[in-house]
Design a protein around this ligand. Structure first.
Ligand code: IVH
Length: 714
């Protein structure tokens, strides 16, 4: 799966890898800020969108690093420290519920030592010696989502998600449809009020069934059971939740009029009597070695369970001691989660295949001998890019270690070198696109001056993997802007084989005249609408040269660069000829002229030369120019009354589109900006103008109506 990575500068990357002990105070300030932002972003993806980008293990590492830096620099702890926060603020769409007792989280430990420390800390805090027996409940940590169920008079009156721990979402209507959750508890000793807490989850078998159904229906397929459970619970229509197979385990409580027992285990027994499902693997353990033994037993049986668990939770059994221990920041001192290590397996790397994405990125995908990791059969894993393969030192035929960490995105950790066969072959990353045969290049990042990790196909206009996206760009508003052809219709024309590449747009009418099935006879079309479309296409044969250049979708060539090129080269013929020359010889005069245009640097020049270096692309441009005659941009009118003025358009314009207004203003030598400042000369405000208009007034900038503006520019 392609991950959206947040862009880090080299310095940040370096700092993110620096051992905590080596950080200076200045580094720590920046690193804590970065971690707070990054953890908050991942929390939002996980809790609000149910669509995490990183593995649970990687997420835990971010939190551990944050904790370690805070421990070393306690004075630098931020107000928005992730350590004081769990989850993410509730999403819009559901009512909000303030939890009477906050729904906090658990601290994590990752090995036996961590469990020893946890128990020792409790003893120290309570002043107990090593001999005093302490009982703990030992139970699986269910990988679902936590829920608080409030009962009044024995009836379920409110169900709320955890949200940020303090305010969650009201999902009562949805939870009422879950069979495992009693809607009415009749037991006489059931406290009033009482809030039962626990985990909503989806079993593997239910998950597989749901996904099969979703796929049949062409609906969203869920990445893992947890996301499926979260997505199913947070449906605005409760009848959808009712149709989803959700389950529940009880393991905690919130506000309670009184408690049925004075131990955790005793409360669990009452839960069971009252009809709440308890996890069958939960047990009461009385010594540390028994806790660790139970951990290992459950871990061994984990793959055979029909639901995901990601660790074991130990809770001190006596409630009076829990009370004395209390909480530290976001977690109780009396409970801890002992996380399972990521599940690993070894298998054979059979091949590496290249997938070409819609934007032309070449992504290597490992083709593996199918292997089961954590109950899921894995046969593909992304290798991200060329450098990643080199860094891991992978060869085709290698035995590799695969890891699946609490989620479904499998990772290859590396080869098992002592099992490397003589026949194992180093992988040579392709220099041409496997889909269209165009060159694939790694660009130089203009910010760092280093080569990008990603290889991209340069055959944008002809590469089947990228065609539809390119066509959409070609017809978009700031490119050819053909009335009647938008994203949707271009997709339909593509799917029906009528338009495969941009020149086909301009031959559509002629081909239609000879076609057996005319456009006007197709569903959704008639004589008039077909003719209107042909007319709209014909009307755009004379687009301005800057739009023409922009429409080609050359990497790094946005509207502004396209305008620079159009102004510099004047005519399409001159532009194309010069670019061909530039592509042929990067030492030559044409390339140097291109690179020296004010506003065009080496990265843009290289991207343009790469594009025109592909004969396929040039063929498409030549083909297009048979049917299209781009118009030279009018020379900038230095005599115009708005020449050199800074203008901001805001609100709805009624006589022209925003894009037209902008183009006109620029033609007349004005500079069009997106926000108002002291330097702004005019703000042209239409109906619905908001903050920009207010800013203009505050700053004393002249405000014009659309009519006044038109009068001004003549
Ligand atoms: S006890 C005050 N027990 O893990 C602590 N939590 O990281 C209350 N979880 O938010 C939580 N299984 O969603 C507890 N057996 C279990 C659990 C469990 C899963 C989840 C729960 C909680 C998170 C803590």
């Amino acid at each position: 799966m392609a991950k959206k990575q947040d862009k880090k500068t080299d310095k940040e990357v370096e700092r993110a890898e620096e051992p905590v002990a080596d950080l200076t105070e200045a580094d720590a300030i920046e690193e804590l800020a970065r971690l707070a932002a990054e953890i908050a972003r991942h929390d939002a993806l996980y809790y609000r969108k149910d669509d995490p980008e990183i593995s649970d293990a990687d997420y835990d590492r971010l939190r551990q690093r944050n904790d370690a830096i805070e421990a070393r620099f306690p004075t630098l702890i931020r107000d928005d420290s992730p350590a004081n926060r769990v989850g993410a603020a509730p999403a819009d769409g559901f009512g909000k519920v303030t939890h009477a007792v906050p729904m906090l989280s658990l601290g994590n430990v990752f090995d036996d030592d961590g469990v020893h420390e946890f128990v020792d800390r409790i003893r120290r805090f309570l002043g107990l010696d090593a001999e005093t027996p302490l009982a703990f409940t030992t139970e699986p940590k269910i990988d679902g989502l936590s829920i608080g169920l409030r009962y009044e008079g024995g009836r379920l009156v409110q169900a709320a998600t955890r949200g940020d721990g303090y305010v969650g979402e009201n999902v009562t209507a949805n939870v009422l449809t879950i069979g495992d959750v009693p809607n009415h508890v009749k037991a006489r000793d059931f406290p009033d009020p009482f809030e039962v807490r626990g985990e909503i989850y989806m079993s593997h078998s239910a998950f597989a069934g749901l996904n099969a159904e979703q796929e049949r229906a062409g609906a969203k397929v869920f990445a893992n059971p947890r996301n499926a459970a979260a997505g199913s619970l947070r449906q605005l229509d409760a009848s959808v939740t009712a149709s989803r197979p959700l389950q529940f385990f009880a393991y905690a409580w919130g506000e309670a009029a009184n408690l049925p027992a004075d131990t955790q285990w005793g409360v669990y027994e009452a839960f069971a009597r009252w009809g709440f499902p308890l996890n069958p693997l939960a047990k009461l353990t009385t010594a540390l070695d028994e806790m660790l033994r139970t951990y290992r037993e459950i871990e061994e049986g984990r793959a055979a369970l029909d639901y995901d668990i990601d660790g074991i939770v130990y809770k001190l059994d006596r409630l009076d001691l829990q009370e004395r221990l209390g909480f530290v920041s976001r977690s109780p001192r009396w409970a801890v989660a002992h996380k399972f290590p990521a599940e690993k397996a070894s298998t054979i790397l059979r091949d590496i295949e290249i997938q070409v994405g819609r934007t032309g990125a070449l992504t290597p995908v490992a083709k593996l001998e199918p292997v089961t990791v954590g109950g899921v059969v894995v046969q593909n894993a992304t290798l991200h890019n060329e450098d990643e393969i080199a860094r891991k030192g992978l060869r085709i035929g290698d035995t590799v270690i695969l890891q699946r960490a609490g989620d479904v995105i499998p990772q290859i950790l590396g080869p098992v070198l002592d099992r490397r066969a003589k026949s194992a072959k180093p992988y040579v990353f392709p220099t041409v696109c496997p889909v269209c045969g165009s060159h694939a290049v790694r660009e130089i990042n203009p910010n760092t001056g280093k080569e990008d990790a990603v290889s991209r196909c340069t055959g944008g206009l002809i590469c089947p993997a990228q065609r539809v996206e390119r066509l959409k760009h070609f017809v978009s508003r700031n490119a050819f802007d053909i009335e009647g052809i938008g994203e949707k219709s271009i997709q339909t024309f593509y799917d029906e084989g009528l338009i495969q590449s941009p020149p086909d747009i301009f031959t559509l009418a002629a081909r239609d005249a000879d076609a057996e099935e005319k456009l006007s006879e197709r569903e959704g079309w008639g004589e008039t609408s077909a003719q209107k479309l042909f007319d709209a296409i014909a009307a755009r044969r004379n687009v301005t040269l800057d739009r023409f250049i922009y429409s080609l979708g050359i990497r790094h060539v946005g509207e502004i660069t396209a305008r620079l090129l159009a102004r510099n080269y004047g005519t399409a013929a001159h532009f194309v000829e010069a670019m061909r020359e530039a592509a042929k010889d990067r030492e030559g005069a044409a390339y140097s002229e291109l690179e020296n245009i004010d506003g065009i640097g080496p990265t843009v020049a290289a991207a343009i030369a790469d594009f025109f270096g592909e004969p396929h692309n040039v063929a498409v441009v030549d083909e297009l120019l048979k049917d299209v005659s781009p118009q030279a941009l009018e020379a900038v009118d230095n005599a115009s009354p708005v020449s050199g003025k800074a203008v901001v358009f805001t609100g709805t314009l009624e006589q022209m589109t925003r894009a037209e207004a902008k183009a006109q203003a620029e033609r007349l030598g004005a500079k069009v900006a997106g926000s108002v400042s002291k330097k702004t000369d005019y703000v042209v405000a239409g109906p619905g103008a908001g903050s920009k208009l207010k800013n203009a007034k505050d700053l004393g900038v002249e405000v014009l109506t659309e009519d006044e503006w038109l009068k001004l520019v003549g």
